[in-house]
Design a protein around this ligand. Structure first.
Ligand SMILES: O=C(O)[C@H]1O[C@H](OP(=O)(O)OP(=O)(O)OC[C@H]2O[C@@H](n3ccc(=O)[nH]c3=O)[C@H](O)[C@@H]2O)[C@H](O)[C@@H](O)[C@@H]1O
Length: 441
């Protein structure tokens, strides 16, 4: 992995894979002109002009904070807080059914976030989304999901969970009954390249969000995405919630495990009702391009070789791949069964609910079998490179025991991998406009 990426540029106020070169460019221009008096005069005039333009573009919002005006697309897109924005938030949060939930969905333009948002909206709940649209993977896919949500009346705010002022404003404006927290820096192997992004979103962001929830009155109940990766080197199969989770195999897993500990602390001290969901390798339409099933599909269609990792002694790796619709049902059931938080005005009034559930499919499939299913659906043969699994944070297999979720949430996964991948391939071909034949690429 390129260690050079681990510098301040990659540290996150803009987490993501694509580095901004803009500041370097301006740096070079300033250096060349530095020293001459005409350059200084020129620099002063440019500075004055930019300051005037800046003041023109900014305006004081209703809460007294400076923001960029509507339509300004700059590096800091903080155009929240004005009256139009407030109206959009209120409209989006209006529940259309009696006793409908009012939910803040973080990561709403993400894979799971967009699906959960649509499901909530469809049954008449009120919700507003929040997403920072970072470029960890193609942001145009996130924009397409956003467009889909907007069509259904779900407003997705562009903002970061680390923005405490934005969260404060949102919680002042809306009495959220629930927070569905799905914003995160995902991906196991990318943590080697950009650990700061994981700390930014999965630790600092989580704490900022929980702080905002604690200060809200009434406090919402929180449901959030942990990960099957917390089981790390656990060998007890299938993985149960009571199994060891103190041996993470990746920094990503460590941040999710840390998140579970933070959640417990906030529950214990402040009376926040919190449910953590350990998702097992979620896949499906509108999925994440960084995940194996997605990148394999793309590469098979392009005739490019795919890399299949193998464990020690050439053992195949396996995952408890879980279809998105099953995960959505688990998320919605968690919201529906969440008890109210017990804190208010900085005081905890009683013990609050604290839960952790596995949401998996309970039927692990090896990676070569995943590829075989894709080959069948795509009607193409993959070019396979079998490679010994590098030490990159991967675990050899995952397998969920969902007894607890079945009992408490009525969770019952019903989609096997072949059926789910068929739906994914259909979506992929439709979305990217490919017929499945390599000749048409
Ligand atoms: O269950 C989870 O909690 C995690 O599931 C996935 O992580 P992972 O299971 O590693 O999913 P993929 O990246 O799609 O990898 C699936 C399997 O394919 C293998 N793989 C991946 C990429 C590749 O090029 N070749 C390859 O053989 C991996 O080693 C792994 O065994 C998600 O990416 C994580 O964000 C999530 O938290």
């Amino acid at each position: 992995m390129p260690q050079s990426n681990m510098n301040q540029d990659n540290f996150p106020s803009t987490p993501g894979k694509v580095k901004m070169e803009r500041s370097n460019y301006f740096g070079r221009v300033v250096n060349r002109w530095h020293g001459s008096s005409s350059a200084r005069l020129f620099g002063f005039s440019v500075g004055l002009f930019m300051l005037t333009a800046f003041v023109f573009l900014m305006r004081l919002n209703t809460s007294g904070e400076w923001n960029f005006g509507d339509g300004f697309v700059g590096p800091v897109q903080a155009k929240w807080g004005d009256l139009v924005w407030q109206r959009r938030v209120r409209q989006s949060c209006h529940a259309k059914r009696d006793d409908g939930l009012v939910v803040l969905v973080t990561g709403a333009a993400g894979f799971v976030g967009s699906h959960v948002s649509l499901a909530l909206k469809a049954r008449g709940d009120g919700l507003v989304g929040l997403d920072n649209f970072n470029n960890y993977y193609d942001p145009s896919l996130k924009r397409a999901r956003q467009a889909l949500l907007e069509k259904q009346g779900v407003f997705v705010i562009e903002g970061d969970i680390n923005d405490a002022a934005l969260l404060k404003k949102l919680f002042e404006l809306i009495t959220f009954t629930h927070v569905m927290h799905l914003a995160a820096q995902a991906g196991v192997r990318y943590a080697l390249e950009n650990p700061g992004s994981y700390v930014h979103s999965n630790i600092a962001g989580l704490v900022t969000l929980l702080e905002a929830c604690v200060k809200a009155d009434p406090q919402p109940a929180v449901v959030w995405a942990s990960s099957s990766s917390v089981y790390g080197l656990n060998t007890h199969v299938p993985f149960s919630e009571s199994d060891r989770t103190d041996q993470p195999a990746s920094l990503y897993a460590a941040t999710k495990k840390a998140g579970e500990e933070f959640a417990h602390t906030y529950n214990h001290i402040h009376g926040l009702s919190i449910t953590g969901l350990r998702f097992f390798t979620v896949y499906g339409p509108w999925g994440r391009p960084d995940m194996a099933y997605f990148s394999f599909t793309r590469d098979i269609l392009r005739g490019k070789p795919i890399t299949i990792y193998q464990g020690a002694n050439r053992v195949d790796l396996a995952r408890d791949f879980t279809y998105i619709d099953d995960i959505v049902k688990g998320c919605v059931a968690s919201l529906d069964t969440a008890e109210k938080s017990t804190g208010s005005g900085g005081k905890k009034r009683g013990k609050a609910q604290f839960r952790i559930f596995n949401l998996g499919n309970t039927a692990p499939v090896t990676v070569p079998n995943l590829v075989a299913i894709l080959e069948k659906h795509l009607k193409l043969k993959a070019k396979k490179d079998l490679v010994k699994m590098p030490r990159n944070g991967d675990v050899p297999f995952t397998h969920a025991n969902v007894t607890l979720a079945r009992r408490e949430l009525g969770y019952d996964p019903t989609t096997d991998l072949a059926t789910g991948l068929k739906k994914f391939v259909k979506w992929y071909q439709n979305y990217y406009g490919v017929s499945g034949s390599r000749r048409t690429m």
